[in-house]
Design a protein around this ligand. Structure first.
Ligand code: HEC
Length: 274
């Protein structure tokens, strides 16, 4: 009886391990196949990941100096730049940033005024440029469902990877279609995007005060990380809550298992309750 059980458990573990191996194998093959999107090890990936506040600050700078010419972030309150777990910019600098960079229309004044931390970022300036607040969650590079979802757990769904792939995926070819210029891009579905390459291949579009690398790849990753934060600002809280839930569940399982054993012990071994 005991031996049989051990064998059964061994088979179970073996088949689970096979399923796991198959699912991760299939998922990575499929993820890499569609649209040339590579996984990137972001600091916020995985069950214990968290944002790198310096990277988010660089991303904010790139957004402000380059992308905001066309794209808005209308769902993001400017004050959240100071939140723990985000870019963590001191409040006086957030106030100065809002004032220097954005004007908002104030219905009470019936006029434009400088933005304050209590305002949201403005919407898009360019009509056909989508708002970027939620873009990192609206797009996915690694599509599910594959097997157990282990890939999504460890690598995320690939929204930031998709953004990096768009920014670095220009081939240099252009074509004219119905009066608009389209640019060939290996990551964009359909292969032709209406956004001119916002970052140059040679890099150097922004200068960081700390002298951090500003080549195309680094800059793309930084702005993609920043857009992941705008789409998922409470990621760290959510992961922490999940972790606590998992630990409590594990404890509960152990207690239930022990209770169960104790309850059935007299019947199983024909012993009297002690
Ligand atoms: C000159 C204007 C302009 C600038 C600057 C610009 N974009 Fe765009 N962007 C666009 C337009 C227009 C589209 C819509 C393209 C389309 O649908 O073909 C777009 C689309 C996008 C998309 C969505 C692609 C999709 O899957 O729909 C992303 C992501 C994006 N831009 C990111 C950025 C980032 C990051 C920056 C800054 C580094 C930036 N853009 C700078 C005009 C711009």
């Amino acid at each position: 009886m005991g031996k049989e059980n051990t064998v059964r458990i061994k088979t179970l573990i073996l088949s689970a391990a096979t399923a796991f191996a198959l699912s991760t194998g299939v998922a990575s093959a499929a993820g890499g196949g569609s649209g040339h999107i590579e996984n990137i090890d972001f600091s916020f990936d995985g069950p214990f990941g968290s944002y790198d506040d310096y990277q988010l600050q660089r991303g904010l700078q790139i957004y402000s100096e380059v992308c905001s010419a066309c794209h808005g972030l209308q769902y993001v309150p400017i004050r959240t730049l100071g939140d723990a777990g985000g870019p963590e910019i001191p409040m006086d600098r957030v106030r100065a940033y809002a004032k220097e960079n954005f004007e908002v229309f104030d219905a009470e004044l019936d006029d434009f005024r400088a933005a304050t931390p209590n305002d949201n970022f403005p919407g898009s300036n360019l009509e056909n440029a989508p708002d970027l607040s939620l873009m990192a969650k609206a797009r996915a590079a690694f599509h599910g469902p594959y097997g157990l979802g282990i890939n999504q757990l460890l690598k995320g769904f690939g929204g930031p990877e998709y953004i990096v792939a768009i920014l670095t995926g220009y081939t240099g070819k252009e074509k004219e279609e119905a009066g608009t210029t389209l640019y060939e891009n290996t990551a964009f579905p359909g292969g032709w995007i209406a956004m001119a390459p916002p970052l140059s291949k040679e890099g150097g579009d922004v200068e960081f005060t700390d002298g951090h690398a500003n080549d195309l790849h680094h800059v793309s990753e930084d702005v993609a990380a920043f857009l992941m934060w705008t789409a998922e600002p409470k990621l760290e809280d959510r992961k922490f809550t999940g972790l606590v839930a998992v630990i409590l569940m594990a404890l509960l399982s152990v207690l239930l298992y022990l209770t169960n054993k104790r309850l059935w012990a007299p019947h199983k071994y024909g012993r009297k309750e002690d």
